[in-house]
Design a protein. Structure first.
Length: 177
């Protein structure tokens, strides 16, 4: 199960990175086309969908690798038992909120599909297609939070803490705020 989950998180992260690269390509293409006085219709639609996809698909991967902004002033000063307890509480709260987000994201996309909503812009497609990244990203984040909660309940360190410790061991403090 661990391999499957890690594969899902990494695959979503790679897809998000591809979307960021696709944004770059679309923006450069739009610039070149404008300089050549050629039409650039639909580029804004495409870029907005890619931005949303890049954001939501990167959530689970970023969470697991410790790239979320976390306020650790209190938790770092606690002993291991109290820290573990606070991690469990924080992850439980996060699970409730991400579960709520995932539920409504899936429902929102489902309703777009059910009512056959179309995008409004130059590129006309069923809107549920670009919205899929929203629901998939929200679901993956929920799964990642539950995954971490189960790991902490079993006594393991959260993966985001391990990732931060590994960066610090290499002398990399760039992710610290």
């Amino acid at each position: 199960m661990r391999r499957i989950l890690d594969f899902l998180y990494d695959a979503a992260g790679y897809l998000a990175a591809f979307f960021v690269f696709a944004i770059f390509v679309a923006m450069i293409a739009q610039t070149v086309l404008r300089e050549l006085s050629l039409p650039t219709g639909g580029t804004d639609d495409l870029v907005s969908w890619l931005c949303a996809g890049a954001f939501f698909l990167a959530l689970a991967h970023s969470f697991r690798h410790g790239d979320f902004v976390r306020v650790t002033l209190l938790i770092e000063r606690l002993g291991s038992g109290a820290r573990r307890g606070l991690e469990v509480v924080a992850l439980a709260i996060a699970a409730v909120f991400t579960g709520y987000l995932a539920w409504w994201a899936v429902r929102y996309v489902y309703e777009s599909w059910q009512y056959k909503e179309m995008s409004q812009g130059v590129i006309i497609v069923p809107i549920w297609i670009p919205q899929l990244s929203f629901s998939v990203g929200a679901l993956l984040l929920f799964i990642a939070v539950i995954d971490e909660l189960v790991a902490v309940l079993r006594g393991a360190k959260p993966s985001y803490v391990v990732a931060q410790e590994e960066r610090h061991a290499r002398g990399d403090f760039t992710e610290d705020y």
